[in-house]
Design a protein around this ligand. Sequence first.
Ligand SMILES: Cc1cc2nc3c(=O)[nH]c(=O)nc-3n(C[C@H](O)[C@H](O)[C@H](O)COP(=O)(O)OP(=O)(O)OC[C@H]3O[C@@H](n4cnc5c(N)ncnc54)[C@H](O)[C@@H]3O)c2cc1C
Length: 710
Amino acid sequence: MLTITQVAGFAGAGLAGAAYVPQITHLIRARCSAGVSRLAFEIWLLASLLVAARAIAIHAGVFIVLSGIQVAATTLIMFYAARYKDARCPIHPPRQPRAKMTTKAAGTTTAAHEELAAAASGGTAGAGAAIVIVCREPGVREILHRELSKRYGADYQIVVCDRSAGLAPCMRDLLSAGLPVALVIGEVGAQDPDSVEVLAAVRAIDPTAPRVAVVRWGDWESMRSVFDAVTLGKIDHWVTRPSRSPAEEFHRSITEFLMEWGSQRGGGGFEAAQVVGERWSARSQELRDLFFRNRVPAGFYDAASGHGRQILRELGLESPELPVVVLRFGTDRPALVNPSNLEIADAIGVMRPIAAGEIFDVAVVGAGPAGLAAAVYASSEGLRTVVVEHEAIAGQAGTSSMIRNYPGFSQGITGAQLAQETWQQAWTFGTTFVYMRRAESLSRIDGHYRLRLSDGRVLITRTVIIATGAAYRRLGIPHLEHLQGRGVFYGAAVSEAPAMRGRNVFVAGAGNSAGQTALHLAKWASRVTVLVRAPSLAGSMSDYLIRQIGATPNVDVCYRVQVVDGTGTGGLESLVLEDTPSGTRRSVPADALFVLIGSQPRTQWLGEAVARDQLGFIRTGPDLPPDTGSGWPPGRQPLPMETSLPGVFAAGDVRRGSVKRVASAVGEGAATIPLVHRHLHSTAAVPARRRAVPPPPGSAPAAGIQAAAR
Ligand SMILES: Cc1cc2nc3c(=O)[nH]c(=O)nc-3n(C[C@H](O)[C@H](O)[C@H](O)COP(=O)(O)OP(=O)(O)OC[C@H]3O[C@@H](n4cnc5c(N)ncnc54)[C@H](O)[C@@H]3O)c2cc1C
């Protein structure tokens, strides 16, 4: 019979052993030497205590047996630890000599602290930024750590945080150790039910750190919550959890996120241009924006800073007119004092010279999505093509930080990136680009069109595609502009509607588009409030829509009110509304604001050259006035996207009746090219040649500058 003491002893030993099972399993699976060393010590200590206790309590024979077991177990464990001494484990990283850095991070995991200490002491040589994994589930942590360390370990410090409470102090410590966070990644799933909120909270700590949710393939429920969180700006991206190595799809996404972070952060890498100017001057801001949107890697230096002064000193410039732009590639490396955009474009040397009298088959005005798509198709089909752009490639799309509804990009794509790829494609096919020049007039002489540009140059062309777009009327409220895409949306944003489930949503606008959007949103949102400046909708919205709105219980209309401000850090939190007659203001909680207050076509430069509607949008094809045919070749009717001038087409937002979307602008741009061919054949002006002329030496593309300089 066993005594009570013996039963208690066996039960205690069993429980203690069971407590070690998960840890031992992990150590074996993870080949974790550091963990094994710790465990070995713990077991040795425990066994010693047991042995001593038993020896005292029982007799010497047992003592010898237990000692033997203890020695065997310790030897085995030490052998295991020695064998895997170089293996890295996400949960038990090898102990590093502690750096002098002190961490304030109460609650941060040991692992994170040790990684931090290693980073601060140069443990990850070359790491200029950190990737933070935040995840409760040990298995997932392990997978993420393994995958990320393998691919990015040389350039990034991979930090693991196993408790959400530790994330904020861990990130703060990284930042104070001079390591910006390039990515915070965590799994969203049943094991981590609050992880969306954990990732959302990252915005308050470091608004530039992209937040990436990892979702297990097949976990549809979590995916839905992730999609909603992306729409509401709580997280930035999602990826499917890697299930086997090599996990190329996972890494392709991670690389893109890191690239995006790097390009938005700017600085630190190669600078093709340096701008020295006053930090808060409008011109400095314009130049930063132009370089950024044209994808020229540029660094900005405040003229009052030590570095700014040093650059000017080295150039021998004392109190120059600001800003100064230094180009740091090619042989000349000129320093331009307070240059115009035109001078900068010329100095960059990206444009090929256009010979006097050169005749193009097609001239595209505007390098937004429509113009770029037209250029790709035109030049790929052998048409001699020129594109004129007066600001930056990408047009309005370039101002969109993330286009989520362009087919083929499930993670979304920045407008700038999309345009960059299309621009490069057009350039490869032989399109000639004329930058920083505005088309100022269009005329027809001797059967050819003439485009007069803002630098006085005239382009001669057989056909013209007008793709000058439209500018969405903006609210112009800084707090809300800052939240665009994170609760503030321009346009109908139909794709965002399902994420509005159960939310309090506002629509600013009084037109049909605002009405349709409100009704669409009402299917998901708990409440939709339409904000109208006028005292009624009757003058701006169709009657059927007004009645439908009246019959929909969760749609309200607020008259004589306008949005004047808003708040929110990670996403929109509240709006400030002004009662227009009285000027009184009130703050209301808001989850999202959809702005549909109209757009303005960029067609003023055309004067009376082509027929437009009263708002300035270009009429085309069947939309043209019936008398358009006069002066046209006999029997020739305007083609679908042809304007009132034969051989002049309009594509994208500038065209009356167009759908204001990137994909439709691209589609229209592409669709004009068969019409251009038809026009050229009807006038017997067969395209000049099939072109595959490389650009002249020295005319490196903006995007190529970086590569060339490496
Ligand atoms: C902030 C924002 C976010 C958006 N987000 C989305 C989205 O997520 N999804 C979506 O589908 N759509 C989105 N849109 C709409 C989309 O960007 C437009 O529908 C699309 O860009 C229209 O393309 P476009 O080529 O017709 O015109 P634009 O993009 O407007 O391009 C016109 C170009 O012509 C140039 N130009 C104008 N006049 C002249 C001239 N006289 N000489 C030379 N060049 C000239 C301009 O500089 C510009 O680069 C967004 C728009 C904005 C403003």
